[in-house]
Ligand binder design. Structure first.
Ligand SMILES: Cc1ncc(COP(=O)(O)O)c(C=O)c1O
Length: 439
């Protein structure tokens, strides 16, 4: 009997069993999100027949003949919207809008969900990064090694505390290359900050070895990787984002620092709220801190949305393997590079590489015009190429061959938890048509 949780490895297992028609007996670990997942996928302890399960998982909706990348009015399902509105109303009526009793409850729920002991819910993933870096002891002038292909928040968190971002190259899976990181370590390096870009876990065991060997802190930017197996297992601290565009998105800006260290967690709590001693408002114990705790209104919403996280993760994981399976012939012909279907991926974004045929931008335009499929590129400008003063100073001599090549080729296909199968079909058919048109 498989003892499963709905983290990325559990979801990978379920999808693999569905595609191979394996029907082992499953037992899910306790927890609200696992119970929801079990109710969605099991009948008498075994996986439901695939077609039956998918019919419930992917609702059919009126199709308007186009596939949008990430329609903001569909970030939440109608049921999720109703839950969120009711939760918000309860918090407002009770007057518990900024601080309030549900923050601790949400932190406990998120800790249980992640299987990690300490959660400090914050006002954003960006603030979670800043707080985590300060809490592990990064200070002014310290170097922090990061990738150059992330959202600006990664380097901004380093710069905000007057530390120095040092860019290292990535592997073909878009995450930090430990071998290249090793060459960037100096006697000023204080921390390594890998980003689990698009939801793919960086090589944490190798990065943890490096950090240990050089006495460095290791902080994970897991803002795109909530629910990915292995997050938090090797590092000092993790930053998560819970903004509405993420896999677990609340109805506003929110995030969390997650850690296995109780002392580190205590430092984060102090930093997240004006330097006040925990539980003693207006009594400072640190020189400074931020106004960076999550709002109670969002914690209340989070308590109601968190139980749906694993079912939403299953949708993403199914869509990812479906893209891979359908696009495999284009990959075999050398047209596209596809992400591996691995158990350490949360499928926040589905990134392909355009290798042959039309240019990446040509393909993007063709899909928009002829197939009515919207694609996107994350992120359009690499950190060292942003037009800021750093471009001519700290980043002037930066060369990142793999990052730069991936950046020219990468294209993101629509993948969100409420994408319909018809919308995905249109995307895949559009890709085949585009390559036929460019033969
Ligand atoms: C990789 C990465 N790091 C950091 C952040 C910052 O998170 P937030 O928007 O919650 O501040 C995001 C999300 O926007 C992100 O994708």
């Amino acid at each position: 009997m498989a003892d499963l949780s709905g983290d990325s490895s559990g979801l990978h297992r379920i999808v693999t069993d569905l595609t191979t028609a394996a029907r082992p007996r499953y037992q899910f670990r306790p927890g609200p999100a696992n119970s929801r997942l079990a109710a969605a996928v099991l009948r008498e302890g075994r996986l439901r027949p695939t077609s039956d399960l998918l019919a419930d998982l992917f609702t059919v909706r009126p199709d308007d003949g186009r596939t949008r990348f990430l329609p903001k009015e569909r970030l939440l399902s109608d049921d999720e919207k109703a839950l969120a509105v009711a939760a918000f109303e309860r918090a407002v009526r009770a007057g518990d809008m900024t601080s309030g009793p549900q923050i601790e409850q949400f932190e406990a729920a998120l800790a249980g969900h992640l299987g990690l002991p300490e959660v400090i819910a914050t006002s954003s993933g960006t603030h979670a990064l800043v707080i985590a870096l300060l809490a592990v002891g990064v200070g002014a002038g310290d170097e922090v090694i990061i990738p150059a292909n992330s959202f600006a928040a990664t380097e901004n968190a380093v710069l905000a505390i007057n530390a120095v971002p040092v860019l290292a190259d990535v592997r073909s899976d878009f995450t930090l290359d430990p071998a290249d990181v090793a060459t960037r370590i100096t006697d000023r390096t204080a921390a390594i900050l890998p980003v689990h870009l698009y939801g793919k876990l960086a090589d944490m065991p190798a990065l943890a070895d490096l950090a240990r060997g050089h006495g460095l802190a290791l902080v994970e930017d897991a803002c795109q990787a909530i629910g990915v197996t292995g997050v938090g297992a090797h590092s000092d601290a993790v930053a998560l984002s819970l903004n509405p565009f993420k896999n677990v998105g609340l109805c506003g800006k929110a995030g969390a620092v997650v850690t296995r260290g109780a002392e580190l967690a205590a430092r984060c709590r102090v930093l997240a709220y004006h330097g006040f001693a925990v539980g003693r408002k207006n009594v400072k114990t640190a020189d400074f801190g931020f106004n960076a705790r999550i709002d109670n209104t969002l914690a209340v919403i989070g308590l109601d949305l968190l139980p749906l996280a694993h079912v939403n993760g299953l949708r993403r994981t199914w869509l990812a393997q479906r893209y891979r399976e359908a696009l495999a012939p284009l990959a075999e012909q050398g047209m596209l590079g596809l992400p591996e279907f691995t158990s350490d991926h949360g499928w926040h974004l589905f990134a392909i590489q355009v290798l042959d045929g039309p240019s990446r931008d040509g393909l993007r335009d063709w899909l928009a015009e002829h197939a009515r499929v919207e694609t996107d590129v994350f992120y359009p400008v690499l950190t060292h190429r942003q037009h800021t003063p750093l471009r001519n100073t700290a980043f002037a001599d930066v060369r990142l061959p793999v990052t730069e090549q991936l950046h020219e080729r990468v294209l993101h296909l629509p993948l969100h938890q409420h994408l319909t199968l018809a919308e995905q079909d249109r995307t895949m058919e559009g890709l085949y048509a585009a390559f036929r048109a460019h033969r």
